[in-house]
Write a protein that binds this ligand. Sequence first.
Ligand SMILES: [Zn+2]
Length: 122
Amino acid sequence: MSKYEPSAPPPAAPPSYSEVMGGVPPSAPLTAAQPITPGPTIVTTVVPLGPRATHMVCPHCYAEIETSTKTTPGLIAYISGTVIALLGCFWGCCLIPCCVESCMDVHHNCPNCKAFLGRYRR
Ligand SMILES: [Zn+2]
């Protein structure tokens, strides 16, 4: 009788980790696959620009600014102005102010970096 008596025969081939976990290789645990988290809040230029100065964050210099507006005559203003000029003798000049005012585009610029932020079209 020898002193060495194994109680049970050693297993021939222990199941590997991938087999136990159902085919997932141990080198790529699920915890490593982190979802793509959005970074800091992205400041977009999609800001509802109105006919007046808008409080927003400038996408160029990232400063909190109040947009400086400047009204410029749009294409419709030129067309209507031409039409009004042609029909002025028939309709009179009383229509010019309201038409010109309603056809003015409002350009928004950053007062800090002078960047063009957008245009409000009536
Ligand atoms: Zn700016």
